[in-house]
Design a protein around this ligand. Structure first.
Ligand SMILES: *Cc1c(COP(=O)(O)O)cnc(C)c1O
Length: 386
């Protein structure tokens, strides 16, 4: 063991409690509301809506469950197509397959790394001419940066195709002065362990459409019809958030702004140290918004930096520092290549970002010393120029 490898592990984005969470969890215990709904859940939904400005919200067991409900309510059925960002996490698109639909993957652009609106427009035009339009479009807000909502909505509206934003990574981000997820038909959020705020696991479906959220609430509780006995005229799911977990969420939503600021400061620190290094670039911020920098992401060009992304990642790992490649694009995933011969609309930008991209440790509780350790190892991982 080298001296460094004995140092404590630096995680990519560990949970960061604010202190008040335990108080709300205690309230849940005191009231004996140890159930998959309850007053903490109601309060968390209300506080989430106030924070984001999205008027209606239902707290669920995960972000993936939220997407599943959204697609089901929009009537996605076997044989349908659903358009999604190829550069995303699988939880964004697996729900389409739960409903027997087929995802079509749209490439990223260089300005935001999110769904390329021009490719979306071209593909919708082509689909229109072939007489088969997708049932929904799912842009992902990658690594804390919003997709270009206005352009995407402008493109989808004439076809009457609903847009569901996957804001799982972007709670706290801003698009033209409004909250991430606001403005689309619905948006999903995640409170998984590594997200900007965490409830250990959980999700939220939010929308301006009260009816849609009420339907989601109904389906998330086994689709129980109103009756004193158990009466069902539809199949639902057990997707509700527990009252205990919601207590954690209430504490976390109170520190969201602080967490966003901390993530942005971490990004600025890395950027000051590494921006001038040949072969290193940072994920760009699109002009229309303010990214949270949930994760600070760099691109490493081996020809100029000296070594490739994987060499840097392994050098960090050897020093007990967790970093991750950028998401492997969905159109390259074996499951979609084999079982769902799904189309990819280009994909070369996402492939390049995957090949060169590295997510740096970005935990909101990181110290300057932690960041200095990361920076030092990145710089040392280079081969000396000949
Ligand atoms: C985390 C994440 C999800 C899914 O969230 P879970 O709560 O883990 O189900 C979906 N999409 C993206 C882009 C994510 O990063």
């Amino acid at each position: 063991m080298t001296e460094h490898s004995k140092k404590s592990r630096i995680f990519l984005s560990p949970p960061h409690m604010g202190g008040e969470e335990i108080h709300f969890v205690q309230e849940a215990f005191d009231s004996n509301y140890i159930a998959p709904l309850g007053p903490q859940v109601d309060a968390f939904e209300k506080e989430f809506s106030e924070k984001t400005g999205i008027p209606h919200a239902v707290a669920l067991s995960s972000g993936t469950a939220a997407m599943h409900l959204a697609l089901r309510i929009l009537g996605v059925k076997p044989g349908d197509e659903v358009f999604a960002s190829t550069l995303t996490f699988i939880g964004s698109v697996s729900p389409a397959t739960f409903l027997g639909a087929k995802p079509v993957f749209i490439d990223a652009d260089h300005t935001s790394w999110n769904m390329n609106p021009d490719l979306l427009a071209e593909e919708l035009d082509r689909c229109k001419r072939h007489g088969k339009l997708p049932k929904a479009v799912i842009p992902t807000d990658l690594y804390g940066q919003c997709a270009d909502y206005d352009r995407i909505m402008e493109i989808c509206t004439p076809y009457d195709i609903p847009v569901i934003i996957d804001s799982a990574e972007a709670l706290g981000a801003v698009y033209k002065g409004r909250s991430a997820g606001l403005g689309a038909r619905a948006a999903i959020f995640s409170f998984n362990g590594n997200k900007i705020i965490s409830t250990s696991g959980g999700g939220m479906l939010a929308s301006k459409d009260r009816e849609l959220i009420e339907q989601a609430r109904f389906l998330s509780q086994q689709a129980r019809d109103p009756a004193s006995h158990y009466e069902h005229s539809q199949i639902g799911y057990n997707y509700r958030m527990s009252n205990i977990i919601a207590g954690i969420g209430r504490g976390q939503i109170r520190v969201l702004d602080e967490r966003v600021k901390a993530k942005q400061r971490i990004f600025e620190y890395y950027k000051r140290a590494l921006d001038d290094v040949p072969g290193i670039e940072f994920m760009p911020e699109a002009p229309y918004g303010r990214a949270t920098r949930w994760l600070t992401v760099i691109l490493i060009t081996p020809e100029t930096f000296g070594v490739d992304r994987e060499t840097v990642r392994l050098a960090l790992e050897a020093e007990n520092i967790e970093s991750r490649p950028v998401w492997k694009p969905m159109h390259l995933q074996p499951v979609f290549q084999k079982n769902y011969p799904s189309r990819a609309i280009q994909g070369t930008v996402a492939e390049d970002l995957f090949n060169r991209g590295l997510c740096l440790p970005s935990g909101s509780a990181m110290t300057t010393e932690d960041m200095d350790r990361v920076i030092e190892i990145i710089l040392k991982s280079r081969t000396r120029p000949k």
